[in-house]
Design a protein around this ligand. Structure first.
Ligand code: 5GP
Ligand code: ZN
Length: 106
C-alpha cells in the first residue's frame, strides 16, 4: 500500500524514531509546529479516527498512554494532543496519528 506512515512503520522510509513496540511507532514530525512535535502512530493501517471500530479500543488507548509516557520522558510540563480527522479537519496523511506538541517552556 502506498502509505507514508506504513512505510515508516516498516522501516522502508527513514524517520527519527522516539518510541517503538509491536503495535506503535512514534517519530519526530518532519515539519515541526512546536519545539517538540512527535507523531504517535499505530503500525496497523487505520485511516482516521472516523474509521475506528469497536476492535480498536485497545490500540487507541495505547496511543494515548504512549503519548503520555513520551511527554513524561521528555519532561514536558504541558502539551497538546491532537487528532486531525479528514480533510476538513486538517488531516493530510490518511493513516491515523496523534500529534504530541510541547516544549515551549524549555
Ligand atoms: P496531518 O495534517 O495529516 O494531521 O499531519 C501529518 C503530519 O505528518 C504533518 O505534521 C507532517 O509534517 C508530517 N509528515 C508528513 N510526511 C512526513 C514524513 O515523511 N516524515 C515525517 N516524520 N513526518 C511527516
Ligand atoms: Zn498506512
Amino acid at each position: 500500500m502506498d502509505c507514508i506512515f506504513c512505510k515508516i512503520a516498516k522501516k522502508e522510509l527513514n524517520s527519527e524514531v522516539v518510541y517503538e513496540d509491536d503495535d506503535i511507532i512514534a517519530f519526530n514530525d518532519i515539519n515541526p509546529s512546536a519545539p517538540v512535535h512527535i507523531l504517535v502512530v499505530p503500525k496497523e493501517h487505520i485511516e482516521s479516527i472516523a474509521h475506528l471500530n469497536g476492535n480498536h479500543q485497545g490500540i487507541i488507548s495505547k496511543i494515548i498512554f504512549t503519548a503520555k509516557k513520551i511527554a513524561e520522558d521528555k519532561k514536558l510540563v504541558g502539551y497538546k494532543l491532537v487528532f486531525n480527522v479528514g480533510r476538513e479537519g486538517g488531516q493530510i496523511i490518511d493513516h491515523l496519528h496523534l500529534h504530541l506538541l510541547g516544549g515551549w517552556n524549555k
